[in-house]
Design a binder for this molecule. Structure first.
Ligand SMILES: Nc1ncnc2c1ncn2[C@@H]1O[C@H](COP(=O)(O)OP(=O)(O)OP(=O)(O)O)[C@@H](O)[C@H]1O
Ligand SMILES: [Mg+2]
Length: 276
């Protein structure tokens, strides 16, 4: 498989730090109204994510990570503050994004290619061009030859790759991923992490990844946002200064261990993050 990997040199990294802000929150908060009363889920959040950045959000279960992602996607209204995507206020479902949910959510009666092309059908994109792009993406993700298989004929990791490709088909500048690898075994998960880094570097996306795994967050991210328990707020933000592309061996480095120790300290007493 030929990978189109364009490593970021220091000059490019510097350029990225002045890239335009793509996702911006100012005082974004969320309170769910329930029959039993109001549930304050997110304290006012302030954040900026720049074009081309890979940002992970980690935090304890129930702190509001999925809520935040759904609000960025425009699938859930905010309760206060302002949320902008590409400079425009988010006030309804966004079309310029790709979303990958926790489970692959593939349609079992559709083949791999038809699951990926669903994105084009929903959006009414030209068929021939969509098919060409799907073929390119499948080659990039090492899925050639599986076009006509059904999801149940694939491994869990391959199904997740199909779900990611479906989210990439319309070439969205922003990719939102909510625990996309949560259901995978540790080894497949690491392979998928490498795969995601490759896709991100080759396709130049801005990624917001929600994860329970500290190593996954460090391995993939430019920055890691750490959330507190509900009502969630950003307790800390860490720059991950490791050269790209990152190989799995970086996980054995002293610098990686240092980041992991720092991040783990936030959750030490809570025991609700993945062990791997
Ligand atoms: N539709 C809803 N109505 C009322 N409360 C909700 C609703 N959805 C979520 N909540 C509450 O908001 C909080 C945050 O939920 P959310 O799904 O965003 O958490 P999370 O950080 O993604 O958790 P996990 O890591 O377990 O996926 C939870 O305490 C949950 O009970
Ligand atoms: Mg969640």
């Amino acid at each position: 498989m030929t990978a189109i990997v364009i490593p970021l040199d220091p000059a490019e990294r510097a350029a990225q730090s002045v890239a335009p802000v793509l996702i911006e929150g100012r005082g974004v908060r969320k309170t769910y109204r329930t029959r039993d009363g109001d549930v304050e889920t997110l304290k006012p959040l302030d954040f900026q994510i720049r074009a081309g950045e890979f940002v992970s959000v980690i935090g304890p279960s129930g702190c509001g990570k999925s809520t935040l992602m759904k609000m960025v996607a425009g699938l859930l209204p905010i309760s206060g503050g302002e949320l902008k995507l590409s400079g425009k206020v988010v006030n309804g479902p966004q079309t310029d994004i790709g979303i990958v949910f926790q489970s692959a959510l593939l349609l079992p009666w559709r083949t791999v290619i038809d699951n990926i092309l669903l994105q084009a059908e929903i959006r009414g994109l030209p068929k021939v061009a969509a098919r060409e792009r799907a073929d390119q993406l499948m080659a990039m993700a090492g899925l050639q030859g599986f076009e006509n298989k059904y999801p149940w004929q694939l491994s869990g990791g391959m199904q997740q790759r199909v779900a990611i490709l479906r989210a990439l088909l319309h070439d969205p500048p922003v990719l939102l991923m909510d625990e996309p690898f949560g259901a995978l075994d540790a080894m497949t998960r690491e392979k998928m992490n490498v795969e995601l880094q490759r896709i991100w570097m080759a396709a130049g996306k801005t990624v917001l990844l929600i994860t329970h795994s500290i190593p996954e967050a460090i391995f993939l991210s430019d920055r890691v946002f750490v959330m507190s328990e509900r009502p969630g707020r950003f307790a800390a933000v860490y720059d991950i200064d490791l050269p790209r592309p990152r190989g799995l061996d970086v996980m054995g480095s002293a610098k990686f261990a240092g980041y992991a120790k720092t991040l783990r300290a936030h959750f030490f007493a809570q025991g609700n993050l993945d062990a791997h």
